[in-house]
Design a protein around this ligand. Structure first.
Ligand code: PYC
Length: 318
């Protein structure tokens, strides 16, 4: 990077409490490749964009970032790459809902349905009349059911492995109760499960790393069907119900015959924000296209100034 000061224009939003920071101007050209190729370019040459915008003193650990890119596919309105405090995400639905609200705020889209190019494939966003936003995710599926892992201090924990755009380990009613008072205990538990899966070589299909752990408990009230706690890579929990996690759950429910096409699943987060989900079977084995609906709120618009003389211009690296 040159010694010149860099200016990045950002629009902040939150989806169900989980922040999305979209960089809309000022990023270097990432070329014409696929989103997956662009991630590689970012990681190798421009990782300072991620650290400068998301790490302290400008950001904090729960924040997800997104870079608007030229779409690889002509029928897409935009391309996107998601990242967080520890690296690059395959997919992020709360972030896609935040991106849709951002594109609307910018006047790029107004209403209707639009395709977005993501690193895991093309998804469709729908701007609904009630101001909610739906995302038709990539095909999702339960890869394995009732897999047991030995977790130090917690014993045998059993869950499903499912793909919802990221790899998830889905745990029902084990570990600390899924209530806000247990956030610290749930953080320790889910991090221990993630480490045990890694150590015991338990992965998604083709060795895909399981980097999201989702624990489900009973609903807090009759506004939802269940409350979850989702641990993300980077050690922070999702304030939203996690759209890729909701997708993985929908796929798992469908595969076990507990959810049929047309049924609605209302997933609450640990802070009681809600995504609703439905599935459309693809016709291929146990795969479904999950549609996840939520709302995002624009809550900031600013310019990040990266002065290379600032000792923390590129974030604090603890
Ligand atoms: O909503 O898919 C999601 C997500 C992934 C990580 C944080 N949020």
């Amino acid at each position: 990077m040159s010694k010149a000061t860099t200016f990045l224009k950002i629009i902040d939003s939150h989806t169900g409490g989980e922040p999305t920071r979209v960089i809309v101007k000022g990023c270097p050209d990432l070329g014409i490749g696929t989103s997956a190729q662009k991630i590689q370019t970012l990681r190798e040459n421009y990782d300072w964009i991620r650290t400068a915008t998301l790490l302290e003193p400008r950001g904090f650990e729960a924040m997800v970032g997104a870079i608007l890119t030229e779409p690889h596919s002509e029928d897409c309105v935009a391309g996107v790459i998601f990242f967080n405090n520890s690296g690059y995400l395959n997919m992020c639905i709360h972030g896609t809902i935040g991106l849709a609200a951002t594109l609307k705020h910018m006047g790029v889209i107004n209403s209707g349905s639009h395709k977005i190019d993501t690193p895991v494939g093309i998804v469709t966003i729908h701007l609904n009349d009630d101001d909610s936003i739906s995302v038709d995710n990539v095909a999702s599926y339960r890869y394995k059911s009732e897999i047991s892992v030995e977790v130090p201090n917690y014993g045998t924990i059993t869950g499903d492995i499912a793909w919802g755009g990221n790899w998830f380990f889905l745990i029902d009613n084990q570990g600390p109760k899924v209530i806000p008072e247990n956030i610290a205990a749930l953080t320790d538990f889910t991090q221990a499960v993630m480490a045990a899966l890694l150590e015991q070589g338990i992965t998604g299909e083709d060795g895909g790393e399981i980097d999201h752990i989702e624990v489900f408990g009973p609903a807090a009230d009759d506004h939802s069907d269940s409350r979850n706690f989702v641990m993300c890579p980077g050690g922070e929990f999702d304030r939203s119900p996690c759209g890729t996690g909701t997708s993985a759950k929908l796929a798992s429910l469908y595969d076990s015959g507990k959810l049929a096409a047309g049924d609605t699943w209302r997933q609450s987060s640990i802070i009681n924000t809600i995504f609703t989900g439905e599935v459309t079977p693809t016709g291929e084995a146990n795969q479904v296209i999950p549609t996840v609906t939520g709302s995002a709120w624009i809550n900031g618009e600013t310019t990040v100034i990266i002065n290379p003389d600032d000792p923390f211009a590129f974030g604090i690296h603890y």
